[in-house]
Design a protein around this ligand. Structure first.
Ligand SMILES: Cc1cc2nc3c(=O)[nH]c(=O)nc-3n(C[C@H](O)[C@H](O)[C@H](O)COP(=O)(O)OP(=O)(O)OC[C@H]3O[C@@H](n4cnc5c(N)ncnc54)[C@H](O)[C@@H]3O)c2cc1C
Length: 383
């Protein structure tokens, strides 16, 4: 039994599934081995309107909500998490521009993303500022009509191949209370003083580009400020309240893909004179996996539909994020176990799912941070 999707959402899920099955299956393994972004596939996905579907129609998108975006990402990650990550991160940070940007910023930066002409990213994390994002020290200092940006960010998706980044930085250093200290500024990566270094040898989602980036006195016009100066921390939380649900959808997709691989394998593989699927231990594993996936899917789409209705509940979002990520890691682990030694080698793809899953418990708020948010929300609730 699937979640209660509308007819349109079911059609979107079908289109995304068909696209992924056709396009990712061929390139997924190779892009993982070579740590290469699948540019051709990304362009095809853009042509079909599968990238940046949440971008309003006037800027070239479909104007869909978080729910539809999750539908696409779930189906992408089910087939190939590496390609799924590349597609989901192609517009990473666009939510900030879409929600808080000026009209001319939306036209200039959002439209090229849906047309497959540009890639972007969001730069929050720094070497000494990870989970504690509000300790970021990258600073943008006013100089006439410009900002001069100085700082060092790390683990930035698309930092080395993106055309621009939304950068979380200090603009009001005198504000000690953190909340008013930060802003979001768009930085084109061809500006003088921008430097990047691709980080290699990642455990998983290796097709996705992850980089260290430096802002060596990068001069950026003040018109690149998104929204209001000093509102960066607020915008960041709003961003996470949407994108963490996307990570949850990715987890559901990965777990579903892993379970389907396990089912296929245990039906075919015979030991002790019968298929592995006839051993109760494996049947129970499938039962547990399927139940956890269904629970994660329901949590994910509950959080998504709430946001689409304008109900922002960080506790609900965090619940979906940590749980779906945990289900993905557990499912990939059990699915690999059911493949035995065969699963340990690349030919069966399940080893890739196993490697790819872990990042879901780390980025966009590590699971411990998400559980803190859930606890905070529950502890203040009146029962
Ligand atoms: C592949 C990949 C892509 C990424 N892409 C981006 C990107 O595009 N943009 C970007 O800005 N960042 C990106 N990140 C960075 C990611 O968001 C951070 O890695 C994450 O926020 C955790 O920060 P950290 O790595 O510094 O770990 P730390 O903050 O050092 O945490 C280490 C561990 O300690 C735990 N911990 C920390 N504080 C607490 C606490 N208060 N209570 C309990 N436990 C705690 C954490 O949960 C974690 O398990 C990416 C990371 C990866 C791996």
């Amino acid at each position: 039994m699937d979640f209660d999707f509308t007819k349109e959402q079911q059609d979107i899920r079908k289109a995304a599934r068909e696209f992924a099955e056709k396009e990712f299956s061929e390139v997924g393994r190779e892009c993982d081995i070579n740590e290469e972004f699948p540019f051709d596939v990304w362009k095809k996905a853009c042509e079909l309107g599968l990238i940046g579907c949440f971008i309003p129609e006037e800027y070239g998108g479909a104007g869909y909500g978080v729910t539809e975006h999750c539908c696409i990402m779930e189906k992408f990650w089910r087939v190939d998490p590496g390609c799924g990550q590349c597609m989901s991160s192609a517009t990473m940070g666009a939510e900030v521009i879409e929600m808080f940007g000026a009209e001319d910023q939306k036209r200039a930066y959002l439209t090229p993303l849906v047309l497959g002409k540009q890639l972007m990213g969001i730069a929050i994390t720094e070497p000494d500022s990870g989970s504690d994002a509000l300790s970021a020290s990258t600073i943008a200092t006013r100089d006439g009509d410009d900002y001069i940006m100085k700082g060092h960010k790390t683990f930035i998706t698309n930092g080395d191949i993106g055309n621009f980044l939304v950068v979380f930085c200090v603009t009001n250093p005198e504000e000690k209370g953190h909340r008013d200290r930060f802003s979001m500024i768009i930085v084109e990566t061809d500006r003088a003083g921008y430097e990047s270094n691709k980080l290699v040898d990642k455990l998983g989602i290796r097709a996705s580009n992850t980089s260290e980036v430096w802002f060596n006195d990068v001069r950026v016009p003040c018109k690149n400020l998104v929204g209001k100066e000093g509102f960066g921390a607020k915008y960041l939380m709003e961003f996470f309240n949407r994108t963490r649900i996307m990570v949850a959808a990715a987890g559901v997709g990965l777990a579903q893909g892993a379970m389907e691989k396990a089912i296929r394998h245990i039906k075919e593989r015979q030991q002790f004179g019968k298929p592995l699927a006839e051993f109760q231990v494996n049947r129970f594993k499938i039962a547990e996996m399927g139940t956890m996936i269904e629970a994660a899917r329901n949590l994910t789409y509950k959080a998504a539909t709430m946001v689409d209705k304008g109900i922002i509940d960080p506790g609900q979002v965090a619940m979906a994020k940590w749980f779906a990520a945990w289900v993905a890691v557990r499912s990939a682990d059990e699915a690999l176990q059911m493949h035995g030694g065969y699963g340990y080698f690349g030919d069966y793809d399940i080893s890739r799912f196993y490697r790819d899953a872990k990042v879901l418990e780390i980025y966009e708020g590590a699971k411990e941070i998400e559980k803190e948010l859930v606890a905070k929300s529950l502890l203040k609730r009146q029962f």
